[in-house]
Design a protein around this ligand. Structure first.
Ligand code: PEP
Ligand code: MG
Length: 319
């Protein structure tokens, strides 16, 4: 099966009933982008730009960022890359950006919250992203959005940059859905974005109030929990044809999750590169109609165990 997946890696992933699903890769360095290309990724669905900002004395300037983003796009053969703006904060501090110590960094100033406090940092990054987007297809997305005001503030910074740099033809703008509040308000956000990308790592953490990486609560932080599935569904319902919905958290790379996610209304998956060929195969073996039935059943279940036990979810089901 692995050889078959590899052989078809560069073919599109189309369900048995004819729906095209984009399968992207999460990649943050040119080496990872090269690997993603070799493994058949349709796009890079998540670039964690933190790598450029961490472990140094000062923030990279606009030129340095632009050239790093272009290197990444080149390594990916000029296909679309999705640049997420800086997602650091309490748990990932930057030496040159002193922030007050927080008792609960995951509930504190991280992601877009930090960008909107230090707008010079976010504006520089948006300028570099827009300049990159004039040369190669780019999507930009904002992490850790909770309110419409945050999204509008970020869009207004972007609009100011576009006013001086010009609007690149292929630029798409989206937000990460990582906070339950954002999932529930997707309909209010949809007119202001081209796409949503669900970050199931954080969405699960915030839904179950179980810190990611804390072994003691790892069993609680289960993306198969029906509450997480309801929030994914809420996002897709809110987007309702106005905006595409992707999933870029690790859940997307779980073979048991693929059909479930399609059934909930997700049309793009972005996974770690080495999972791209199998994820495409998984899409090809699914039918959207059956996936929808599976998803409906999952939403009626009470526990993650019960969801995993559904015939359409078990990995071996449609192999
Ligand atoms: C997520 O939260 O699911 C995500 C993709 O972002 P990160 O893992 O970088 O927080
Ligand atoms: Mg996240």
């Amino acid at each position: 099966a692995a050889e078959a997946a590899q052989a078809d890696a560069h073919q599109p992933a189309i369900t048995r009933d004819g729906f095209r699903i984009l399968v992207g890769a999460n990649a943050s360095t040119p080496a990872e982008a090269t690997a993603a290309r070799a493994l058949g990724a349709d796009l890079i669905g998540l670039v964690r730009t933190e790598f450029l900002f961490l472990g140094r004395e000062s923030a990279p300037d606009v030129d340095e960022q632009e050239s790093a983003y272009l290197d990444l796009a080149d390594a990916f053969g000029g296909e679309r890359i999705t640049l997420r703006t800086l997602d650091v904060g309490g748990d990932k501090p930057l030496g040159y950006l002193p922030m007050p110590l927080e008792a609960n960094p995951f509930l504190g100033v991280r992601g877009l919250r930090l960008g909107l406090l230090r707008t010079e940092l976010l504006t520089d990054q948006l300028r570099a992203i827009v300049r990159t987007a004039h040369q190669t297809p780019v999507s930009v997305m904002f992490p850790m959005v909770s309110t419409l005001d945050e999204l509008l503030a970020a869009r207004s910074l972007l609009d100011q940059v576009l006013a001086t740099e010009g609007t690149p033809p292929g630029l798409l703008v989206g937000i990460m859905v990582e906070v339950p509040a954002a999932a529930l308000k997707a309909a209010s956000f949809a007119p202001h974005v081209d796409f949503f990308s669900i970050g199931t790592n954080d969405l699960t953490q915030y839904t179950l109030a179980a810190e990611r990486g804390n072994e003691a609560v790892a069993a609680l932080g289960d993306p198969f929990d029906p509450a997480v599935l309801h929030l994914i569904r809420a996002t897709c319902n809110g987007a309702a044809g106005q905006a595409e919905v992707a999933v870029c958290g690790e859940f997307a790379a779980d073979p048991r999750a693929v059909s479930l996610l399609l059934g909930l209304g997700v049309t793009e998956l972005s996974v770690t590169s080495r999972r791209v060929p199998e994820t495409k195969q998984r899409v090809r073996s699914a039918s959207l109609a059956q996936s929808r039935t599976t998803a409906e059943q999952a939403l009626l279940r009470a526990t993650s165990e019960e969801v995993r036990g559904l015939p359409g979810v078990t990995a071996s089901h449609d192999r």
